[in-house]
Design a protein. Structure first.
Length: 247
């Protein structure tokens, strides 16, 4: 059996896995989750990875490292430092060595939007490789105030049961860490381990079109489709577990 290390995305915490963990453990697997220090605006990607590494048990059991959304930029750094059997990306961003997430998506933004972020883009010659890529984010999601419960409902939890959505919104954490967007990723190459990408086909934040593209072009795998919004661990945990343990 495996140890599933569950790494949450923006605005969330260990609580977001509460509906998924019982299903994994019912199949005999072990789980570990942690709260990333997302309230710390000065935190770095490497510091986030260190928090995950510290949470991992010292064991020879195989480790499946699962990253949701923002955590897609973190889990490859963990896999560079410790032995894992598989990386699983759920509706996740993917790092590209030597550039930031914002660099990757900047060609889809107008100059005024770029200027509003007060961010200095890399030299265009380093960004040309991204010009043919689909938009990473669904356009309607860019610039939204995700501290607003209505926005969270519309973009994160629109396909969750009402009581679960309300609970999730009540647990939402302050997202001050922005390194996953603006920090140059320190990877040299993506770790050479087994990879899986789960596309949330009704995702209103990370574009399913981009997710299919990135799974194929960057991870060299066929994406696995899950009919869910951005947070399948809350909207359809049983379906997600079937993919995690069987595909």
């Amino acid at each position: 059996m495996s140890i599933f290390c569950l790494v949450h995305g923006a605005f969330q915490g260990t609580w977001c896995w509460d509906l998924l963990i019982p299903h994994l453990e019912a199949h005999g697997h072990k789980t570990v989750a942690m709260d990333l220090p997302i309230e710390d605006a000065s935190a770095t990607l490497s510091q986030m990875a260190d928090v995950v590494i510290q949470a991992l048990p010292k064991t020879d059991d195989d480790i499946v490292l699962v990253g949701h959304s923002m955590a897609g930029t973190i889990i490859p750094l963990v896999a560079e430092a410790v032995k894992v059997r598989q990386l699983v990306f759920i509706g996740a961003l993917l790092p590209y060595p030597g550039v930031s997430t914002f660099d990757q998506m900047s060609h889809h933004l107008d100059p005024e939007t770029i200027k509003s972020f007060n961010y200095q883009l890399k030299d265009p010659i380093h960004l040309e490789r991204f010009y043919d890529e689909p938009n990473m984010y669904e356009p309607a999601s860019i610039g939204k105030d995700y501290s607003n419960p209505t926005v969270l409902m519309d973009f994160f939890y629109h396909d969750c049961q009402a009581d679960i959505a309300e609970w999730a919104i009540s647990k939402s954490r302050s997202q001050q860490f922005i390194g996953y967007m603006f920090e140059t990723n320190p990877l040299k190459v993506l770790p050479k381990v087994e990879r899986k990408y789960i596309v949330c086909t009704n995702d209103r934040i990370i574009s399913p079109t981009w997710s299919h593209y990135a799974a194929s072009k960057r991870l060299e795998v066929d994406a696995i489709e899950l009919p869910s919004g951005h947070c399948p661990h809350l909207s359809c945990p049983e379906l997600l577990v079937e993919i995690l343990i069987n595909n």
